[in-house]
Write a protein of this length. Structure first.
Length: 123
């Protein structure tokens, strides 16, 4: 099925199960980015909250995941971004934040996809 291009928020674990280990955090971001690349190549505009939040966290002086600056920026950015998206693609394992994005997307009447195979190809 071919659909119009969608702006899709890729929601997956960032901190969950990492113990805030930088290598594991980076691996989670990479997993989201790899899925985002696949979505882009399928004709969509993929976005992640991490792509917007992480540079702002660094600029704002966050010292570690979960600190006050992190709390101020990380999830609020994703929530604002979600309000502009057409859909959410939920990836990966357990994640309270990603599940929150899915719940908010459903509450806003947006499509929620559980796998890349569920996302219609655009173009």
């Amino acid at each position: 099925m071919t659909a119009r291009p969608l702006m899709i928020l890729v929601a997956g674990p960032y901190r969950s199960g990492t113990g805030d280990d930088p290598a594991k955090l980076d691996a989670n971001v990479r997993a989201m980015n790899e899925v985002a690349l696949t979505l882009f190549r399928a004709g969509h505009l993929p976005v992640t909250g991490e792509a917007l939040a992480l540079p702002l966290l660094e600029t704002a002086g966050s010292r570690r995941p979960g600190d006050a600056v992190f709390q101020e920026i990380f999830h609020p950015i994703a929530e604002q971004l979600l309000s502009r998206c057409d859909a959410v693609l939920r990836i990966g394992g357990p994640s309270e934040g990603a599940d929150q994005m899915v719940a908010q997307a459903r509450a806003q009447g947006k499509d929620v996809y559980a796998s890349l195979a569920d996302v219609p190809t655009a173009r």
